[in-house]
Design a protein around this ligand. Structure first.
Ligand SMILES: Nc1ncnc2c1ncn2[C@@H]1O[C@H](COP(=O)(O)OP(=O)(O)OP(=O)(O)O)[C@@H](O)[C@H]1O
Ligand SMILES: [Mg+2]
Length: 250
């Protein structure tokens, strides 16, 4: 069977000015997988997401999205790729002066020609998908941190992206809300056949939702390993990866 690969990263080198952040990164993300990006603070995880979503140009190497080289395609294609990337930033901010429905409506108003009533229906549907029916008219300050993350997810799904990118979803959440968010990610993957790329250092999340993973090393500035997190924990030849995945064990 031919694999369905919405993201292929090939020999990627990422740099800001003169400083190389990571080099020679290569991996494929399969459709329907939950792909975890791991590594120490500052190793370049958020930077990798910015590259894959077409916001930063690679110093070297290629990024394919559905087999299209995102820096060797038409401006229209690159624009379409950016819109098919549902992004939840690390800071995860919703617009505080807007209701949840208005937040989800924003990308639809900006980038589609849907009518007001169509947009209203889509917003209700996306908010229902993340369990926020009835909260449409609330403002971000009126809801819990976990609900804000879910509202951010609804907004990221507004334009029906083919991949959802989540930078540290559980940051700032209590353990129960973090697990609920993990369950929601699994549920959306199954019901929508969505593909997720998730940056997280939280072991419970990594093992609960991760089907695949890469580990970016901040010292050698390259990828140390890739694979299923449970297998990496047992069998990775790199002690750094095993130690990272066995934190907290006796
Ligand atoms: N816009 C920028 N210009 C220059 N350097 C940057 C820029 N953004 C990030 N960096 C640097 O690039 C490196 C990687 O940053 P990045 O934010 O991708 O790390 P990260 O793995 O996401 O870290 P964290 O786990 O703390 O979120 C860091 O050393 C950071 O200081
Ligand atoms: Mg980051």
């Amino acid at each position: 069977m031919i694999k369905d690969i919405p993201i292929s990263v090939q020999n990627l080198t990422m740099a800001y000015g003169g400083s190389i952040i990571q080099k020679d990164i290569s991996f494929d993300v399969e459709r329907g997988s939950i792909f975890i990006v791991m590594g120490d603070s500052g190793c370049g995880k958020s930077t990798l997401l910015r590259h894959i979503t077409g916001q930063i140009k690679p110093r070297a190497g290629r990024i394919l999205r559905d087999d299209i080289d995102i820096w060797n395609c038409s401006p229209d294609q690159l624009e379409a790729i950016r819109h098919s990337s549902g992004l939840l930033y690390q800071s995860g901010a919703l617009w505080s002066g807007m209701t949840l429905e208005e937040n989800v409506a924003l990308p639809l108003q900006q980038f589609t020609n849907y009518s007001k009533s169509q947009i209203h229906d889509i917003c209700l549907y996306k908010l229902a998908l993340v369990g926020l029916t009835g909260a449409e008219r609330l403002y971000p300050a009126q809801i819990s941190g976990g609900m804000r993350k879910r509202a951010g997810l609804a907004r990221a799904m507004a334009l029906d992206p083919n991949v959802l990118f989540f930078d540290e979803p559980s940051a700032g959440l209590d353990p129960l809300s973090a697990r609920r968010l993990d369950e929601l990610i699994l549920q959306l993957r199954d019901t929508l056949n969505a593909t997720f790329m998730v940056i997280t250092h939280e072991l419970e999340s990594i093992f609960m939702i991760g089907t695949d993973a890469v580990f970016l090393d901040s010292e050698t500035h390259t990828m140390l390993g890739k694979g299923n997190p449970k297998e990496l924990k047992e069998n990775s030849p790199h002690s750094k990866i095993r130690t990272f995945l066995r934190r907290g064990e006796a």
